[in-house]
Design a protein around this ligand. Sequence first.
Ligand code: NI
Length: 136
Amino acid sequence: MLMRFGVSMEKDLLESFDHFIIKRGFHNRSEAIRDLIREKLSREKGFKTHKVMGTVTIVYNHHIRGLSEKLTDLQHDFQRYIQFTNHVHITHDYCLEVIVVKGTEKILRDFTNRIGGQKGVMMALPSFLTIDIDEG
Ligand code: NI
């Protein structure tokens, strides 16, 4: 059974998505979204118990009320997986943080998604390397 739901996104992102759809030969947005979700979910399933190390790079607007505090709270919630955090003020409004992390991919993807889901966070980009090959 197919269910319908509404999706909101920025105009630029939607235009890029429509170009992607044409390039990859999808018939419509629904088909493309289904395919991307399936691909994402199967990736998560396959990698969730892997131990990884890497970075989560975030860009956010620090003028959004409560956002800086919320991002600090989240990093404290996951503090045992965080090695260190580096903060760069990139413009008057935007900050960039590189958070170096170590843990299972499932936990770190959850952390990344929770950061990325905050209003005012423009980007939350994970970059992980599997490290449990050497450790058995
Ligand atoms: Ni800053």
